[in-house]
Design a binder for this molecule. Structure first.
Ligand SMILES: Cc1cc2nc3c(=O)[nH]c(=O)nc-3n(C[C@H](O)[C@H](O)[C@H](O)COP(=O)(O)O)c2cc1C
Length: 388
């Protein structure tokens, strides 16, 4: 019987399904619900030292759905980080760890470009007993104006410096969460790993405009007639997330001896989705929008589906198939070369088969009449008449 238990950066997860930072991990009540339903871990909604600066608007979500409006492919949000005060969050962290001591609780943290603020947030969160940190270097809206979130994640130099501050202050594992809104995900990834981060979480949302209302002619989600570009998530972003996880895993394999962890995020809703991220090198997977669409109970079929996948392929542990699809990426030029080589081999095989057929036919046609004997080919013609 396969097991979904996994240990990542020294933290024991009962299964690889982790609630991604966002509304599904936004207070102690919902985090408790996630654990009760069987989630392997929770990354709480991102906290900062001064929540009074964080003010949300409504509406702040937008959906992209199919024609029947039931199937939602894409989701945009212009939501900020936690609005609950930092002190209340510290109480929540303690209460959750008291009630669920064996379940990994990861604090997602974000601060301005200020050394002392990062050290303070790390130290005060650690005192509550949280198991790890996720550094939110990736929120694409609202906070970049304060040089937070994606403003840091898009600048590898600042990323390396800030990760370095955190690594000096923290005594528990640290994952750096990447923004996908960059040309090459390897650059911020390398910067945070060079600074010592234990792992990478990817991806946060993709900067987007969900649509324009054809009645009002205003962009959505519309707040007082206006909007601001938001962050895109849900199943539509999965192929982009898979590509980025592949690139991160390749970099970790090639430049860090494969010795850093990955938490894959983006459009995961089934065990099959999770298996694909693991096949590309993820250790854990996170789900945010999926829970907003389907509820906490979605984890049950996801657990069964992943176990069924493992049983089908004879995998006992997640490590048995982690990164198994990674060696099968190459350049387009190499695909062309391999295909030309394989076609040439196939053509040669067909030609050899035809030649053999012709020879057999000739042999069968052999010398049945004396006038077919030929002085130049005499020995060969004789041999062809010998029974094998
Ligand atoms: C409404 C909403 C709020 C979010 N808030 C946060 C946040 O506070 N911190 C963070 O790191 N990511 C946040 N995210 C990003 C998610 O954690 C996740 O990286 C992204 O949505 C892609 O995963 P998904 O398709 O499973 O949602 C938020 C996403 C949504 C949809």
């Amino acid at each position: 019987m396969p097991t979904l238990e996994t240990t990542v950066d020294g933290i024991k997860f009962p299964n690889p399904y982790v609630i991604g930072s966002g509304p599904p991990g936004t207070n102690r009540k919902v985090i408790g619900k996630a654990f009760d339903e069987g989630w392997g871990g929770v990354i709480a909604k991102t906290v900062s030292l001064d929540a009074s600066k964080v003010i949300n608007v409504a509406p702040r979500y937008g959906k992209l759905s199919g024609e029947n409006k039931k199937e939602v492919f894409g989701w945009e949000n212009i939501e900020l980080i936690a609005t609950t005060s930092f002190e209340d969050w510290l109480d929540d962290f303690k209460a959750i760890k008291d009630a669920y001591p064996d379940r990994p609780l990861i604090a997602s943290i974000m601060e301005e470009y200020n050394h002392d603020a990062w050290v303070e947030i790390v130290q005060r969160c650690e005192e509550t007993g949280v198991d790890a940190f996720e550094l939110n270097f990736s929120c694409p809206h609202g906070l970049p104006e304060r040089k937070m979130g994606a403003a840091m994640g898009e600048d590898p130099e600042i990323l390396e410096e800030v990760t370095g501050w955190v690594m000096k202050a923290a005594t528990i594992p640290v994952w750096a969460k990447m923004t996908p809104n960059v040309g090459r995900i390897e650059e911020p990834t390398r910067a945070s790993l060079k600074a010592g981060a234990h792992g990478i979480s990817a991806i946060n949302t993709i900067r987007s405009v969900i649509g324009v209302d054809l009645e009002t002619l205003r962009p959505m989600p519309t707040v007082e007639g206006y909007t601001t570009p938001g962050g895109y998530s849900s199943v539509a972003v999965r192929p982009i997330a898979l590509r980025m996880v592949m690139e991160i895993a390749t970099l970790i394999r090639d430049e860090f001896d494969g010795k850093r962890s990955i938490s894959g995020i983006g459009g995961i809703e089934t065990g099959g989705d999770a298996a694909q991220f693991i096949l590309l090198g993820a250790d854990t997977v996170q789900v945010c929008t999926g829970v907003m669409k389907l509820g906490y109970k979605m984890v049950k079929p996801m657990l069964d589906e992943l176990l069924a996948f493992m049983e089908k392929h004879g995998f006992e542990t997640l490590d048995d198939f982690k990164g198994k699809a990674l060696p099968y990426f190459t350049t387009h030029a190499e695909l062309v070369r391999m295909q030309a080589e394989s076609q040439a081999q196939k053509r040669a095989a067909v030609a050899a088969k035809a030649a053999a057929k012709e020879a057999a036919k000739k042999k069968a046609d052999g010398i049945t009449r004396d006038d077919k004997w030929d002085g130049d080919d005499f020995v060969k013609q004789t041999e062809d008449l010998v029974s094998e």
